[in-house]
Each structure stands twice: as C-alpha cells, then as structure tokens.
Design a binder for this molecule. Sequence first.
Ligand code: ATP
Length: 247
Amino acid sequence: DAEPILAVEAVEAVYGGVVLALRGVGLTVRAGGISALLGANGAGKSTTLKAISGLIRSERGRVTAGRIRWRGTDIVDADPSRLVAEGLVQVLEGRHVFPQLTVEQNLVSGAYVRGAASAEIAEDLERIYAWFPRLKVRRAAKAGYTSGGEQQMVAIGRALMTRPKLVLLDEPSMGLAPIIVEEIFEIVRQLNREAGVSFLLAEQNAHLALRYADHAHLLENGRVVAEGPAADLAGRDDVAASYLGGG
Ligand code: ATP
C-alpha cells in the first residue's frame, strides 16, 4: 500500500485548556479516497477536522498529543493558510459564505490564497461552473439570498478554487432536503472520480456517508471506536446506533 495522503495518529485536543474534545483519534485518507468520519452530535467530528486544518486554534483550541502527517510531513501547529497552499482545505460546517457578496465573488475569494492570476481564476471558475451548473445560473445573486443547498455548493466551490488535493468537508447534509443532499454527494463523487480530489467527510448521517465513502471511522466521545471499509461498517449496530442517536 502507498502511504496515505493524510494520517492522524493518537491525536488529543483541548479547547481553552480545559475541555478535552479528542482523546486519541486515529484515521487515514488514501490518495484518491473518500474517508468518512461518523458519530453522534458532540462526538468530536468537527474538532478532528479543525485539528487537521489548524483552524482549531481560532477557537482557542489546540492539539496536545499525537501526530498528523500530511503527504509525509508533520503538520501539527502548521499555519492553516500554508496548508491551503499545499492543497489541504476545510469546508466549515454551516457553510459560511459571504452573504453580501455574489456567488461568483464568493468563489473568486477562494483563489486569493494562492495569489492566482486573473486568467487562471477565469479558467477555474468555468471548471467550478461545470461541476455546479446551478452556481453558474446563480452567479450574480447575492450568496445570502441563495438556498441552503446553493450555499453549500458555494462553500465547496470556493474550496475548490484553491485547487485542493484533499477537502475536509464538515456535515454537508446539515439542514438540507434529501434530494439536494444527494445532488451534493453525487458532485463530491464526481470530483473524486474525475478530478482526483480526496475527501474526509464528517457526517452524522452514517447511512448516507457510507454509500459514498470507501473507508470510514466511527467516533464516540473523542475516540475512534470502529474503523474499516465503508461496506463493513455499514452492517454494524454501533454505527446504526450513532446515527439514530444523533439524527
Ligand atoms: P457536531 O455534529 O455538533 O458538530 P461533532 O462530532 O462535530 O458534533 P465537536 O463539535 O467536535 O463534535 O465537539 C466535540 C466536543 O468539543 C463537544 O464536547 C463540544 O462541546 C466541544 N467543543 C466543540 N467546540 C468547542 C469550542 N469552540 N469550545 C469549547 N468546547 C468545544
């Protein structure tokens, strides 16, 4: 087996020096893979993604133990914008678009981190619009006036403007109608298969995530309690319970 693109080992993390949110998390994402991070509300999924991206520090959190290896180098305490430049980007839960900017301005904002030239930006925009035809139609609309599904697409599209190798995608289904969720997951699958983007997907809806992921990890109380090929986890009672308990 080739070395995974991302390897998290025995990571512990705290908020504000007191709240122990992660108590030993290990996971891997293989290059070209889709890994899922499952678990009920509060299990530590978001914290795991933020520990990887470095964004945990903007919430007065930090990694206190363990290792995070990104394409062979240790990235605990790395600067989040450096990681974005190296191809590792997080899409936050709850979408976080700039509501007063248009859909297109939101997308273009993703290109600034790598100081892209305007010809490149135009090219990348067309690529994003090919993946998300809805966004092309809505390009001039203020993002704050678009639907929840469209905002999730904007958030993912903006991340894609950084030309990522790995996208950390936090709870993309949250608050969206099932048909829109399927549309978004289908695009994720296409991005993975056709553009080679790897994903680490945090999702409370295990049933959904396991249909799209190739590998999965179940988190409980800040620990990984089960791990394996998605097809194997799909049949487990504790996975079903986490979904029912958290959904
Ligand atoms: P959710 O679906 O609610 O996002 P989650 O599995 O992503 O759940 P986390 O958000 O990672 O869980 O939360 C893990 C633990 O860390 C919880 O006990 C939560 O209360 C705590 N926590 C999360 N964010 C913070 C924060 N900014 N400050 C303090 N504690 C936090």
